[in-house]
Design a binder for this molecule. Structure first.
Ligand code: SF4
Ligand code: SF4
Length: 165
C-alpha cells in the first residue's frame, strides 16, 4: 500500500506537489458553473409536464357514456405483478359487459405498461401522473373512483399509442 503511494508521490511534478494549480482549476470550474442556467425545479410549485410518451400510473379511460373497459380481464392476466383485479358484470349498453369492480394495487404496480399494451379497447392507458401518495396499504389500492379519467385529459397518450403501438 505504502509502496504504491510513494511511487505516485514521486511521479508528481513540482506544481502538482504544490496543489495550488489544481485548487485554482477546481475554483474556476465552480465559478463557471455558478453562471450556468439553474436546473433545479421548485417542486411542487413548479410542476414538470411530461410528454405523451411518459409512462405514469395506469388509468381507465372514461368516455361520455361511461368507461371504455369491457371487463375482458386480459390486463389482469398479463400483469406480471398481479396488481389488477377485475370483476365483470352485464350492462344493457352496446358493450354488454363492464367492470363492476376494477382495482389496481399501486404498491405492486411496476409501471411496465403491459396492461395498456394488451388491452383490445384502449381502455387502460399509462397517464402522466407521477406524484402518487398514500399513507396505508388500503389507500394504495386504487378503485374506479381514482382510476377513471375523462378521455379529454388522456388525448396526448392516446395519440402517442395510435402512432407507436
Ligand atoms: S403497469 Fe404493469 S404492473 Fe402496473 S398494472 Fe399495468 S401490467 Fe400491472
Ligand atoms: S382494461 Fe382493457 S384489458 Fe383490462 S379488462 Fe378492461 S378492456 Fe379488458
Amino acid at each position: 500500500m505504502n509502496v504504491t503511494t510513494n511511487t505516485r508521490a514521486q511521479r508528481m511534478n513540482f506544481w502538482e506537489k504544490l496543489y495550488l494549480p489544481e485548487i485554482a482549476k477546481g475554483l474556476a470550474l465552480t465559478f463557471k458553473t455558478m453562471f450556468r442556467p439553474k436546473l433545479t425545479r421548485q417542486y411542487p410549485e413548479e410542476r414538470w409536464e411530461p410528454l405523451g410518451s411518459y409512462r405514469g400510473r395506469p388509468v381507465l379511460v372514461l368516455e361520455e357514456d361511461g368507461e371504455r373497459c369491457v371487463a375482458c380481464g386480459l390486463c389482469s392476466r398479463v400483469c406480471p405483478a398481479l396488481a389488477i383485479e377485475v370483476q365483470a358484470a352485464e350492462t344493457d349498453r352496446d358493450k354488454e359487459r363492464y367492470p363492476s369492480k376494477f382495482e389496481i394495487n399501486m404498491l405492486r404496480c411496476i409501471y411496465c405498461g403491459l396492461c395498456e399494451e394488451v388491452c383490445p379497447e384502449e381502455a387502460i392507458v399509462m397517464s402522466k401522473d407521477y406524484d402518487i401518495v398514500f399513507h396505508s396499504q388500503e389507500e394504495a389500492i386504487f378503485g374506479k373512483d381514482k382510476l377513471l379519467v375523462p378521455i379529454a385529459r388522456l388525448q396526448e397518450r392516446l395519440e402517442f399509442l395510435r402512432q407507436y403501438k
